[in-house]
Design a protein around this ligand. Structure first.
Ligand SMILES: C[S@@+](CC[C@H](N)C(=O)[O-])C[C@H]1O[C@@H](n2cnc3c(N)ncnc32)[C@H](O)[C@@H]1O
Length: 259
C-alpha cells in the first residue's frame, strides 16, 4: 500500500524528485526514528542548530517580534520532515507549520510523536506529499521554506529547488542544508559511516551530493538573493555541532525571494 503511494506520487506529475532507493532507506529507519539508539543523533544535532538559526532569522527579519504571540502569524513549510525532529522545534516557536514528507510511515511517526506535546499537535499540519505536488497548489504561500538534509537525497535537484522556491512568498526566506560534493565530504561520509559508525551505513550517497556553489546557482535563477552560507563543525569529543565558515563538507544556505 505504501509503495503504491510512492508510485502514485511519481505518476501524479511527469517529473519527480523522488529517488526510490533513498526513500526506502529512510522508510527502514522510521520505527526507530526517535529512539536513542537510532543512529540519528547527528541529524538531531543538525536540527538543533537549524532550529536556532530559523528562530534567529525570524527575529532578524522582523517576521516575528519579541513578546508577540499567536500562531498563524508566520507560515513555515518544512520539506522532507522525516520523523519530525525539526518540525517540533519550529512548532514550539509559535508558528503555523506545514511539514511534508514522501514516506507515509515517517509522517505517521512524526504525527504520533507530536501528538504527545500540547503545542506541536495544535499548530502543525503533516502531509505525505512531495514538494513538487505541494508547490502546484501552494505558490507564494510561506514566509519560510526550510529543508534540512533532504537535497542530497532527491533526484532532479533543480526541480526540487524550483518547487521549494515557488512556495516562498515575495520577501520570504528559503533555508536549505545539504552535504556537499567535494573530496572532503567523500572522506567524512566514508569515515562517519564505515569507520566510526556515527551514522547508519548508506545514509549518504556521495554521488547524489551537491556543492553549495551549484545550489546557489539553482536558487538564484528563481529570483532569490543568497543572504548567508555557512558550514558545520562537528566536535567528535562532545558530539556537538557548531557553525563554521568552511562549507566543503556540509552547508546551510539562506536566500531571500526578491519578487
Ligand atoms: C536525512 S533525512 C532528513 C529528515 C529531516 N529533514 C530531518 O532533518 O530530520 C531525509 C528525508 O528526506 C525525505 N525525502 C527524500 N526524498 C524526498 C523528496 N523527493 N521530497 C521530500 N522528502 C524527501 C526522506 O524520506 C527523509 O525523510
Amino acid at each position: 500500500m505504501h509503495s503504491t503511494y510512492l508510485i502514485s506520487c511519481k505518476m501524479s506529475t511527469n517529473r519527480s524528485t523522488i529517488n526510490e532507493k533513498e526513500v526506502s532507506f529512510f522508510k527502514n529507519l522510521s520505527e526507530g526514528w526517535w529512539k536513542e539508539d537510532s543512529g540519528l543523533q547527528l541529524l538531531h544535532e543538525t536540527n538543533r542548530l537549524m532550529g536556532a538559526f530559523v528562530q534567529e532569522e525570524l527575529f532578524r527579519t522582523g517576521l516575528k517580534t519579541q513578546g508577540a504571540r499567536g500562531s498563524g502569524q508566520v507560515k513555515i513549510l518544512e520539506v522532507g520532515c522525516g520523523g519530525g525532529f525539526l518540525t517540533e522545534i519550529l512548532a514550539r516557536m509559535d508558528c503555523e507549520v506545514t511539514a511534508i514528507e514522501v514516506v507515509p510511515e515517517l509522517v505517521e511517526i512524526a504525527k504520533n510523536h507530536a501528538s504527545s506535546g500540547p503545542v506541536t499537535s495544535k499548530t502543525t499540519t503533516y502531509i505525505a506529499q512531495s514538494i513538487e505536488d505541494h508547490a502546484k497548489h501552494n505558490a507564494n504561500k510561506y514566509d519560510v521554506v526550510v529543508s534540512n538534509f533532504v537535497l542530497e537525497h532527491v533526484d532532479e535537484k533543480e526541480y526540487f529547488l524550483d518547487s521549494c522556491t515557488k512556495c516562498v512568498k515575495r520577501g520570504g526566506l528559503l533555508i536549505v542544508s545539504a552535504m556537499s560534493k567535494t573530496i572532503w565530504s567523500w572522506l567524512i561520509i566514508n569515515l562517519y559511516e564505515r569507520v566510526f559508525a556515527y551514522v547508519p551505513r548508506g545514509t549518504d550517497d556521495w554521488n547524489m551530493c551537491i556543492t553549495a556553489q551549484d545550489t546557489h546557482k539553482m536558487i538564484r535563477k528563481n529570483n532569490f538573493e543568497i543572504i548567508d552560507t555557512r558550514g558545520y563543525f562537528h566536535n567528535i569529543l562532545t558530539g556537538k555541532l557548531s557553525w563554521w565558515s568552511w562549507w566543503s563538507i556540509a552547508y546551510v544556505i539562506e536566500a531571500k525571494k526578491l519578487y
